[in-house]
Write a protein that binds this ligand. Structure first.
Ligand code: PEP
Ligand code: MG
Length: 753
């Protein structure tokens, strides 16, 4: 049975549209179970009916025509119970409904199982037998398992099917559901982006014109040689001699017969250029893979990297560069931060990603850029919507594809309202961030996800509360050296001086892998991440800290922040290394100061040891994105559990209170730098708790300032007390949203998540 099940699921996943998927299901199931009939009814929620969508055994002309009221008949019963109904003698059941249009006689045996996704019954898969038949347990579980596996495919095919319909008929008023990634609404057109193909994914294909392929291949290699030489020139001075030698080795490889000659040979033997390249690179890399010497083994990744670069040029030669027009809504299976950065300024209107959730880094970046985004729109038919008109509702996590004009009008109105609100917010730009009873709450800015983003927030922020240093590490081919990093940090420190700039040490791992430092783990968020990697590789950490200290020379506005701290010894070890870096630099003649050092509170262990941590450092910064993920055991990037991820969960609120109490014992400043600090509703609670500073995406600064300026600390405390009586995140949200409404700030958060 298991094998049959796999076969059916595979076939269905490969079906072109919903109709053929359902036809496959009914015919395969009928024969697997040796039933007389197998049918699928799908629920039309708008019309409150179950519609016969496919059948093998009943009259085919009744497909699409037979419609059963939602709560009638045995199909209605399966749907209501949301569990299988197995009857040997169906006509004797009081819910039995005889339907003549299907040409059915009185079938006796009946087994119906619900098709469920996200707790919602989408339809019923049913088998019938002329004689009396009680289906056995194996048959019930077979159908049951099949229905569970098919729900996703059905939804997906249904959405694609909708698209086919709208090509000739009325546009849609229905929408796809995801999660809010960044607030706001956008009307524009879809530009679908794909990650550049990796070499391993390249298939063999017959070569149409081997001479042309050889030319393309040789030009791609020449382009890589040119890139390499330019890169070597650029980094020449900052690179130690042994690293420079690497460039020579790469250039030699690019001219070698084993790479060029072999690939050309394969092209003329009939494989297309990309396929021939893949074969040669793999052959070559495997030789290095098999070597005992660690250094030589590492060269395998150099070979693969060269292969990838050549492939990129080959692909560029074959494809037109993407043209981003104003109103671009970037759409993809998994839109990446890099893809966002590629869209020229002013052209990006919205983002829709099939994978990811509200707290993925790409969503954080979208918020920073003030671009509405929907994440985890799992049923998005990515391959079929390039160029279509889209509406992105970043408040409620909805995407409308080729929307009806009534929907467009409504959203245009919302977009205009948003614009008016932004203009209104401009009026508080120069005013202090101070509660109505005079408590100052400095608002800092998070930055670093794409360093050269824009001047957004530059004048407004009281400092940088979180500079994420990962991106400069992610966009390169190897770890950046000390001088490159120094230049990077210097420019941020200088731009903001004398305002404080909190630079976080490297937080790679989790969802931020480095291409040249592969870490293969089954549980990356619980694995080698953040400070753990830094301490295991003091050379990486020391280089980074030295660069920070050198960059701050003469400015002295640097604060260093340590991520992912889960034990006090990590803090002790990191502090020793920071002191060592400072001593080394002084010995080398640099004028450097010991900066303030803080830890991020983002692991539950750190909450419970907050006093021990506070005692050791100058300040604490709460990373609510990770703290929520670890407290609630909900992966922040997983769209399946996104509904459970909520930083207004009472457990998160309790944890924050505990942090503030612990820090107060040692008189330490507490900042919140997770996304919670940029959420106007949550800010009411953070003010009530007495958080000293808030650090957020640039796009949230004015909205949050508006909240701070509209409430007194006393009122915020009252709200906190009321929130502490709530047992569910939704109650807390409701409480806070109502409070915002009362002070006339309802427009800052639109209803629904
Ligand atoms: C956090 O976890 O809240 C945080 C600010 O860090 P990041 O989002 O980069 O993990
Ligand atoms: Mg974090």
């Amino acid at each position: 049975m298991l094998e049959t099940l796999h076969r059916i699921v595979n076939e269905v996943n490969g079906a072109a549209d919903l109709g053929s998927a359902l036809d496959i299901i009914v015919s395969r199931v009928k024969s697997a179970i040796t039933a007389d009939v197998c049918s699928v009814y799908l629920t039309d929620f708008e019309r409150r009916e179950h519609v016969l969508r496919a059948t093998d055994g009943l009259a085919t002309e009744s497909v699409g025509k037979v419609r059963l009221p939602l709560h009638r008949g045995l199909i209605g019963l399966v749907c209501e119970r949301a569990e299988p109904v197995n009857l040997a003698d169906a006509p004797n059941h009081n819910r039995y409904l005889f339907v003549s249009e299907t040409g059915e006689t009185h079938f006796s045996g009946f087994l119906g199982v619900p098709i469920i996704q996200n707790r919602r019954v989408l339809g019923v898969l049913v088998v019938r037998q002329f004689e009396q038949r009680s289906f056995d347990d194996n048959e019930v579980t077979f159908l049951f398992t099949l229905a569970a596996q098919l729900a996703g495919a059905i939804i997906h095919a249904q959405t694609s099917g909708d698209l086919v319909i709208i090509e000739d008929e009325a546009p849609l008023t229905r929408f796809l559901k995801g999660r809010s990634g960044a607030p706001g609404v956008a009307l524009g057109h879809a530009v679908v982006v794909y990650p550049p193909a990796d070499l391993r994914a390249i298939p063999d294909r017959p070569c149409v014109d081997s001479d042309a392929d050889e030319d393309e291949f040789r030009s791609a290699v020449a382009a890589v040689v040119e890139d390499m030489m330019a890169l070597a020139d650029r980094v020449d001075e900052s690179l130690p001699a042994e690293d420079r030698a690497l460039f020579d080795a790469w250039l030699m490889m690019l001219g070698s017969d084993s790479l060029i000659g072999k690939t050309v040979e394969r092209i003329h033997a009939g494989n297309w250029a990309a396929g021939a390249l893949r074969q040669t690179i793999e052959e070559h890399a495997k030789v290095f893979d098999a070597m005992d010497d660690v250094y030589l083994r590492e060269r395998a990744s150099d070979v693969r990297d060269l292969g990838r670069r050549i492939l990129m040029h080959l692909q560029q030669a074959r494809s037109e560069p993407i043209e981003y027009q104003p109103g671009t809504i970037l759409v993809g299976e998994e839109v990446s931060a890099m893809q966002l950065a590629e869209v020229p300024e002013g052209r990006l209107a919205g983002i829709v990603s099939a994978k990811g959730a509200s707290f993925s880094h790409v969503a954080i970046l979208a918020r920073a850029m003030g671009v509405p985004a929907v994440m985890g729109a799992r049923d998005l038919p990515v391959g079929r919507i390039d160029g279509r008109r889209l509406i992105v509702d970043g408040y409620r996590g909805r995407v409308y594809i080729s929307p009806a004009s009534s929907v467009q009008k409504e959203y245009q109105r919302l977009a205009d309202e948003d614009r008016a609100l932004s203009q209104e917010l401009e009026s508080i730009r120069a005013l202090p961030s101070e509660t109505t009873d005079g408590v100052e709450v400095p608002l800092h800015m998070n930055t670093g996800l794409v360093s050269e983003m824009s001047s957004l927030g530059l004048a407004e922020a009281a400092g940088i509360g979180l500079y994420r240093t990962e991106v400069p590490f992610m966009v390169r081919d190897s770890f950046p050296g000390e001088s490159v990093q120094t230049a990077n940090y210097r420019s941020v420190l200088e731009t903001f001086a004398p305002r404080p700039v909190t630079i976080r040490t490297l937080d790679i791992g989790g969802d931020k892998p480095l291409p040249y430092f592969p870490v293969n783990e089954s549980n990356p968020f619980l694995g080698w991440r953040g400070i753990r990697i830094s301490l295991d590789h003091p050379e990486i950490f020391l280089t980074q800290v030295r660069a920070m200290l050198r960059a701050a020379s003469g400015l002295d506005n640097l604060r260093i922040l340590l991520p992912m701290i889960s034990t006090v010894s990590e803090v002790d070890d990191a502090l020793l290394l920071i002191q060592r870096a400072r001593d080394e630099l002084i010995d080398e003649g640099f004028v450097v100061q010991m900066p303030q050092v803080g830890v991020m509170i983002e692991v539950p262990a750190a909450v419970y040891q907050v006093e021990a941590l506070a005692r050791r450092v100058d300040f604490l910064s709460v990373g609510t994105n990770d703290l929520t993920q670890y407290l609630l055991a909900v992966d922040r990037n997983n769209s399946h559990v996104a509904a459970l991820y909520d930083d207004l969960h009472p457990a998160v609120i309790q944890a924050l209170i505990r942090v503030l109490e612990g820090a107060a014992r040692f008189n330490r400043e507490v900042s919140v730098c997770g996304e919670m600090a940029g959420n106007p509703a949550a800010v009411l609670l953070l003010l009530g708790m007495g958080v000293h500073t808030l650090s957020m995406s640039a796009g949230s600064l004015l909205r949050v300032k508006r909240v701070v300026r509209s409430v007194s600390r006393a009122r915020a405390r009252e709200l906190l007390q009321a929130a502490l009586r709530c047992e569910r995140p939704a109650e807390v949200s409701e409480l806070l949203n109502n409070a915002l409404e009362q002070i006339g700030l309802g427009g800052l958060v639109r209803a629904g998540k």
